[in-house]
Ligand binder design. Structure first.
Ligand SMILES: [Zn+2]
Length: 268
């Protein structure tokens, strides 16, 4: 994380107190915006250690007091840094004082990206149009490069699960609410066949945003029924293309599916 990251500016723009006082540089004349926050010293250090391999997944971070002394900052600031890393999915913290207590390095990129994206979607900083465009980009790319033979075991698991979701969505008794959730999961699942962890994390982070905008677009149960029929057919078409290894066809059907619903919901 850079010293003048937009993340740091956001705390101030949002009108809330930054997570910690500025302890190190308060005696200088440096403008507030360019001074590193105390917790950023810890974040920068941990980032360096992860990059060089000094810290690895499964390692335990030094204790609060040790980190505070090493950086010449307060323990409160160290706690701020650990909390941020926790939200980012970089460490997991546990309470208690046993040998497993403290912050342990984990690797859950989807968790961190998902949290950030969800917040920005919730604050309406990301529009439905942007989510739709991003979906098309990610999902059609993923469909084109998906190689079922790259990891046959994993592919079999994914396809079995996707088939199960299709069967659940075919059930006319299924609640609309549940349909939207399964629909989004179906798309996240298929994009995973590309074997790209970043794409997977991004799709996972968009999952709630996807089911939310689809849910919000359908106003009544009467309007929903004919739409659901079309969506079911489209899903089966996409799935069949994926199973038979026709990536290009699957990509085109995905695009049509996403654009059709968006067009329907916006009345264009
Ligand atoms: Zn769908």
């Amino acid at each position: 994380m850079k010293k003048e990251s937009s993340g740091a500016a956001t705390w101030e723009n949002a009108g809330v107190a930054p997570p910690s006082d500025i302890e190190r540089s308060s005696a200088t004349d440096t403008p507030a915006a360019s001074r590193p926050k105390a917790y950023e010293l810890v974040l920068d250090d941990i980032e360096d250690e992860l990059r060089t391999g000094a810290l690895k997944v499964g390692d335990q971070l030094p204790g609060e007091r040790a980190l505070a002394e090493a950086h010449g900052i307060s323990r409160a600031s160290v706690r701020d840094a650990i909390r941020i890393l926790d939200v980012m999915g970089v460490v997991r913290t546990s309470t208690g004082s046993g040998p497993g207590a403290g912050a342990v390095v984990i690797s859950e990129p989807a968790a961190g990206i998902a949290t950030a994206l969800r917040m920005h979607v919730a604050s309406a900083r990301l529009s439905v149009q942007e989510i739709v465009q991003t979906r098309i980009l990610l999902e059609t790319w993923a469909a084109r490069v998906a190689d079922l033979d790259a990891d046959p075991e994993r592919s079999a698991v994914v396809l079995r699960e996707a088939r199960g979701l299709l069967a659940d969505m075919d059930d006319p008794q299924l609640e609309r609410e549940s349909f939207h959730e399964l629909d989004a999961r179906f798309h996240v699942l298929l994009s995973g066949l590309a074997g790209n962890a970043v794409i997977e994390a991004m799709m996972e982070s968009l999952r709630l945003a996807i089911s939310d905008y689809v849910r919000g677009a359908v106003r009544s149960d009467e309007a929903w029924e004919p739409v659901a029929t079309v969506l079911r057919d489209q899903h089966h078409g996409i799935f069949d293309a994926v199973v038979s290894g026709q990536g290009e066809v699957a990509a085109e059907l995905l695009r049509e599916h996403i654009e059709w619903f968006h067009g329907w919901s916006t009345g264009s």
